[in-house]
Write a protein that binds this ligand. Structure first.
Ligand code: ZN
Length: 452
């Protein structure tokens, strides 16, 4: 017994001296799994979180002092189209259908290539790292290139190749797109950072047969489905005309399309019955308040969704005409503010609520809550530090309030994903930002010329 005790002391002493990859100290830690920890830290080793709170027993090869700042899980963007940063501001202040059919689809037809997607994703990666996003959920074309760029930048991505009923940049027919997806999923499934997904655009741009094929393919490949659902009233009208007066989510349910592996973007016009279906089928919703306001799509019934038991995360949507940035801090503030106005009650969605939606809520929407979304021992180390020492964030009475209502994406000073430093003290380490910006300017000139 005495020997065991000596051994224990020896092991304890050894553990106290443990050297790990990164130690963050002296911050206010928002674990998002329980109460905040004052003057605490996070120890990270081999991509995982090995200690949260008291990290006095750990020594970091990289030691980061977060004194006076907030340490929290990286943000999870549950819906976007990142390569579209290269179309940022191309046609703002328009209706969704006008914007899509007269600007975005023609501009995409003339400009989107593997190279366009590569540089767009690279610029977007820089922007996401600079604003504390560590996981993004993408729907676009050439998603294999998006995956490569995300991995190169060190970001986690759920990347969905688009399926749509007209020829697009990478696939000219439905069968081509299905073949692309089969290869794409085979290539990326099991990757530490990338989750390949299927992204049928919507129930108004993908036929019933093709939606059913998508469902079968997702079952066969065990890959998630990303889709726009119930975004605008125009969509409701189109679906009602084609599907016997049905609403989009009810229609998708009627053909057996919905399931826990579906991430539905927007859900602005979901009915109370559809909320019940979403809760029952465990369909996650990506709430995109800035896109919904910018395109005047409406205000999603987020408070009702949460009350009905629907899992809700936050997304920026694409950065071209429907946002126009990838800043999740701004998105959280908008999410809270719009719900307060919508219900004429400032209590319905708090700073803490939207922080949860942007972290663990997003992880649940993506079915990744065992891996990311909170700061807990054993989880992958996706961690950010938010500077609360700025004029705009001082003094701090509530950390949640300071982050959501006073800070901005540019208040994020350090971004770590899967245990790797992507930005430290505002210096991006994994993307050549000036090169990405220079290329973006070239692409702007090319896009403008192509539309003349
Ligand atoms: Zn979208």
């Amino acid at each position: 017994m005495k020997k065991l005790f000596v051994l224990f002391l020896f092991l304890a002493a050894f553990a106290q001296a443990r050297t790990v990859d990164i130690v963050i100290k002296n911050g206010t830690v928002l674990t998002m799994a329980g109460p905040n920890i004052a003057n605490g830290g996070v120890a990270i080793d081999k991509g995982r979180i090995v200690a949260v709170g008291d990290v006095s027993g750990y020594q970091g090869k990289e030691a980061i002092d977060a004194h006076g700042n907030a340490v929290l899980p990286g943000f999870i963007n549950t819906h976007t189209h990142v390569p579209m940063v290269l179309f940022r501001g191309i046609a703002d202040d328009r209706d969704l259908m006008d914007w899509l059919t007269h600007f975005i689809f023609p501009a995409e037809a003339k400009n989107v290539s593997a190279d366009f997607v590569k540089w767009g994703t690279r610029l977007a990666a820089a922007e996401m790292i600079q604003s504390g996003t560590t996981t993004f959920t993408d729907m676009y074309y050439f998603e294999s290139v998006v995956a490569q760029e995300a991995k190169r930048a060190g970001l986690r991505g759920v990347v969905g190749e688009t399926l749509i009923d007209f020829p697009v940049a990478d696939n000219k027919t439905w069968d081509d797109a299905v073949a692309y997806i089969r290869n794409f999923v085979k290539q990326w499934q099991g990757d530490a950072l990338i989750t390949p997904a299927l992204a049928p655009h919507s129930a108004y741009l993908v036929s019933r047969d093709h939606l059913l094929q998508t469902r079968q393919l997702a079952n066969e490949l065990h890959a998630p489905i990303l889709i726009h659902v119930s975004e605008t009233q125009n969509e409701l009208k189109q679906i009602a005309e084609k599907q016997n007066g049905m609403t989009p989510a009810a229609y998708l349910d009627s053909i057996g399309f919905l399931g826990h592996d579906v991430v539905a973007a927007h859900g602005v016009w979901l009915t109370p019955d559809e909320l019940k279906i979403f809760a029952q089928k465990r369909v996650g919703v990506a709430h995109c308040p800035e896109s919904n306001s910018m395109l005047a799509s409406g205000i999603a019934p987020v408070v009702d969704m949460r009350r009905a038991g629907v899992t809700v995360g936050i997304g920026t949507d694409g950065p071209a005409g429907s946002n126009n940035n990838l800043d999740m801090v701004e998105e959280m503030a908008s999410a809270a503010r719009f719900q307060k106005v919508n219900k004429m009650d400032p209590k319905v969605l708090t700073a803490r609520d939207v922080l949860e939606m942007a972290t663990i809520g997003g992880a649940r929407v993506l079915g990744m809550e065992d891996k990311i979304g909170t700061l807990e021992t054993g989880k992958r180390a996706d961690v950010i530090i938010v500077n609360l020492q700025q004029a705009k964030t001082q003094p701090v009475y509530s950390v949640e309030s300071a982050i959501v209502y006073a800070a901005s994406g540019s208040s994020v000073v350090t971004t770590i994903c899967d245990g790797k430093l992507l930005m430290r003290d505002r210096k991006v380490l994994t993307v050549d930002v000036p090169a990405a910006i220079a290329k973006a300017k070239q692409y702007r000139d090319q896009v403008l010329k192509s539309l003349q």
